[in-house]
Design a protein around this ligand. Structure first.
Ligand code: NAP
Length: 450
């Protein structure tokens, strides 16, 4: 690994240097273990602790097969799927790996007693497999997390519709929370060069998801002037949805749970912010019964903030807790677009408010190849910025996932892999300087740049 690190830290290293650097036999990755899948049985979701199940472990380096690339990971980030995997909810991810393994000999390599997690990375290509022409050793890249086969026509118009669609590092092995990762080469995109490694690794999964969910015609197809209610507006998805709404000329109504999170939304440029804790919304009277008066109270608050208008789009992901309210507050003809159910996937809402008011509920999941590329392009152009708040060492991945699980974080939480410190990897300092305030607005303390 030392020779890889020397090449990574040498500004003059050539593609030939990277191609010649010897690969180690093993690398360190943040893994969950098959033998641990029962460790949290009978515990409440909130009490399951990723620090107990996530381990840093030496694992063998997989060789890239056709269409694949092996990447030296400088930095990665924690997504909520790392939380799901690490607490074995709603299912242990080893079942995904077993199913994938039936597909082909290359896929069979993923079915192992350990699962290297992580669905984001920024790093440098080390090797490519047969049939990869666009990317070569030494390329500085980020990777999106869409793994598809494209052997069925179903996915040819929208790659998310491929029957073999998977999320890399969640439904496949060899993810990004590691020193080395294995990806399909079509996941690779150029690293935005005004960003450090850890900043570049932060947006991938959530920015692409928010882009499809909110902006793309496959999602809500947001347009200028739309009022968009954004739950968790300073969180992973929400911090990008808020920026996408503002950059697209829409009017985000940000919902958050503290004054500090409200301030972050204002720093992003949002004017309409609801602190759900301070305003004390209780959409459920008990486990079975919702309180429509609370939906109406939220609707009235939204009208206060919009000058009497209802929302065109609700950016949904909390699920059971908020879904009844989301359907209620959407304007006639509007769209509730959902990509998750963090608080419970059995949603209840009053269907009269849906059909009588001609509203639509749209399902959305990650992003297709093109949408992921467009989302990364917005980052590279400095139109959308990383929302990195805190950076951990690879050894501390369990703590990083714990923070996200307990909703203690803002925006995104980063993890350094082979980058020895924060602040490395910037090749366009002029552009960085132009956007420095926006890049830093989620940081706890000043971000260091070398
Ligand atoms: P995150 O960083 O934890 O942000 C979620 C936000 O939701 C929190 O910041 C919190 O904000 C808000 N929230 C939590 N509980 C809530 C409640 N009871 N009512 C209202 N708001 C609540 O997570 P994320 O990365 O945004 O991901 C959110 C969900 O989307 C997860 O379930 C994740 O697995 C899923 N996801 C799905 C996809 C996909 O492709 N389908 C992609 C990314 C994420 P406040 O406390 O400030 O309100």
């Amino acid at each position: 690994m030392d020779e890889i690190i020397s090449a990574l830290l040498c500004e003059d290293a050539t593609p030939q240097d990277f191609a010649a650097v010897p690969l180690p036999d093993s690398y360190r990755g943040a893994v969950v273990r098959k033998e641990d899948t029962g460790m949290f049985e009978a515990m409440d979701f909130a009490d399951k602790d990723p620090r107990k199940s996530l381990h840093l472990q030496d694992v063998p380096v997989p060789m890239p097969s056709a269409g694949e690339a092996l990447v030296a990971v400088m930095a990665s980030s924690v997504n909520y799927n790392t939380v799901w995997s690490s607490v074995f909810e709603p299912l242990p991810t080893f079942g995904f790996l077993q199913r994938y393994a039936r597909l082909s000999p290359a896929a069979a390599r993923h079915d192992l007693p350990y699962h290297v997690l992580g669905s984001d990375l920024a790093g440098v290509v080390l090797r490519t497999g047969p049939g990869v022409n666009r990317w070569k050793a030494g390329d500085r890249v980020v990777a999106h997390c869409l793994s598809v086969e494209l052997e069925s026509a179903d996915g040819h118009g929208d790659t998310m519709l491929d029957p073999e669609q998977r999320i890399w590092g969640f439904e496949t092995n060899f993810g990004g929370l590691a020193e080395i990762a294995l990806v399909k080469s079509n996941q690779l995109m150029p690293k935005p060069e005004h960003l450090t490694w850890e900043e570049a690794a932060a947006p991938g999964l959530v920015n692409s998801t928010a882009y499809r969910q909110l902006v793309s015609r496959n999602g809500a197809g947001m347009k200028q002037g739309d009022n968009v209610l954004i739950w968790g507006a300073s969180g992973g998805l929400g911090s990008y949805a808020t920026q996408l709404a503002l950059a697209g000329g829409a009017n985000p109504i940000c919902v958050v749970s503290s004054g500090q999170k409200a301030d972050i939304c204002r720093k992003m440029g949002a004017e309409a912010v609801i602190d759900r804790s301070a305003e004390g919304y209780r959409f459920w009277k008990d486990e079975q019964t919702q309180d429509p008066r609370e939906w109406k109270r939220l609707g009235a608050r939204i009208r206060e903030l919009t000058g009497g208008e209802d929302v065109d789009i609700v950016f949904e992901h909390p699920g059971r807790e908020t879904f009844g309210a989301s359907v209620y507050v959407t304007r006639k003809g509007g769209t509730i677009v959902t990509c998750a159910s963090t608080t419970g996937f059995r949603h209840e809402y009053d269907n009269r408010y849906l059909w009588m008011s001609l509203k639509r509920i749209t399902g959305s999941h990650f992003a297709n190849y093109r949408e992921a590329w467009e989302a990364n392009r917005l980052i590279a152009k400095g139109r959308i910025h990383p929302t990195l708040s805190k950076v951990y060492a690879l050894e501390e991945t369990g703590q990083a996932a714990y923070d996200v699980h307990r909703n203690l974080h803002q925006g995104k939480v980063g993890v350094l892999a082979l980058a020895p410190e924060e602040g490395l990897g910037v090749r366009d300092p002029e552009m960085r300087e132009k956007h420095i305030d926006a890049i830093n607005r989620f940081r706890e303390g000043e971000a260091k740049v070398s």
